[in-house]
Write a protein of this length. Structure first.
Length: 84
């Protein structure tokens, strides 16, 4: 199974280690599905993690956010859009 995770689910996962978003990430780590990402999706994840109201809750630095995005880049399957 191949899955694209909505940005809201990603944000929720980093705001709480409990609940459905955390379970989705656990299932990904257990290789129950392949996570698909693209450069625009990764940029959206990063941008959303840096929103001031989100950052106020997760308390992560820019370096920690960059690590998360790098993990997505390394572990997820990158999808590229072929333009004519």
């Amino acid at each position: 199974m191949r899955v694209v995770i909505d940005t809201n689910v990603v944000i929720s996962r980093y705001l709480s280690s409990q609940g459905a978003p955390a379970q989705i990430f656990t299932n990904w780590q257990k290789k129950k599905f392949d996570l698909l990402v693209s450069e625009p999706i990764l940029e959206e994840y990063e941008r959303a993690l840096k929103y001031p109201h989100v950052r106020a809750r997760h308390q992560m630095s820019d370096a920690e956010i960059a690590e998360i995005i790098e993990e997505f880049t390394d572990l997820a399957k990158m999808v590229h859009q072929d333009l004519p």
